[in-house]
Design a protein around this ligand. Sequence first.
Ligand code: ATP
Ligand code: MG
Length: 381
Amino acid sequence: MGKVLGIIGGGQLGMMLTEAAKKMPEEISKVIVLDPTENCPAAKVGAHQIVADFKDENAIIDLANQSDILTYEIESGNSVVLKSIEDRVEINPSPETLQIIQDKLIQKKFLAKNNIPVVDFFEIKSLSDLENKIPNFGFPVLLKVRRDAYDGRGNIKINSGSEVKFAYDSFNGKSLFLEKFIDFKMEVSVIAARNTKGEITSYPVVENIHEENILRTTIAPARVSENVVNKAKEIAEKTMQVLKGAGVFGIEMFVTKDDKVLINEIAPRVHNSGHHTLQSSKTSQFEQHLKAILGLELGSTELVHKTIMYNILGPKGFEGKYKPIQIASENVFLKMYGKEISKPKRKLGHFNVIGTNDQENIVSLLDKVKRVSDSIILEPI
Ligand code: ATP
Ligand code: MG
């Protein structure tokens, strides 16, 4: 008999986990997601749904009671409640790991303590504390919230002394930390997995291009030297060794102009920069996550095709229903997330462009991505 998998969060990541679970019916017989949006993306592909807030204690307990194993697709779940039910249901990654990661300051302290390179930072306790700490880095600096940030919404870049008070006040008393601004050469990430037996694997290093703080393009593999590849892989695997619990993790890093590799942040879950694996790799990150938490042998992470992933975001200045999007182009794989309403910058779907022969280089694939993305016009209904 397969197990019942509970997932906190039923957005696109929960949706693609559900789809991967459906391909392993012997191991997983049913998926239940907890998500506040009725008929969320995961529910649309067959997951049962508990409609409630991610932090709702009763709903989490209800989900745990109905599940054999519990995981999550968002890091803002209630780790305190999860910790309290750990002896009743197997939770992976562990609530302890979630607690470390969901507070970015604790996360950075943890990594630094384990000699893993991170961007320099300071805890900030007040406006005067902020004013005193800025000279350690000089302008610009980044002021960040410790918890519940996504798509850059918890970050403010401070460019000069006149912006300090406004930046501080705009966070309305939330817990903050200050980070050195990195004039990076490239952003990269590694999707790594650890199974319940402690086996660790990582996918090839990929290159991430953000637009207005949101990931837009992932290039697999990253256009970096072997030296950088080795550093990034080493950092990712060391991180996996020190973090408890099983699952897939997305490890975001900066490559500096002098080829240092620093961790920006870790996501204790499948990650947007791993969506290319749906077509590029023998094992998708979603399948890998399930293998990891089920204690199965991890799948191959080999990159079979050079692949570029492009996020389809809701256009600016429009909120509402839209006509179905279609792409008819060879070696382009579209994945829409079933979100009925478009909102500015909302992640509505992505497509992967794969290179099928060695002659096809990243530049020609990027040209193709541009042509395809230019052809996608979101039409309101
Ligand atoms: P996401 O949900 O997209 O991962 P987030 O809200 O958790 O993002 P971060 O990852 O901290 O935020 O930052 C978003 C982006 O802002 C980064 O990918 C990077 O492009 C830029 N950024 C963040 N920190 C720094 C820094 N210290 N120096 C330079 N750029 C930075
Ligand atoms: Mg990030």
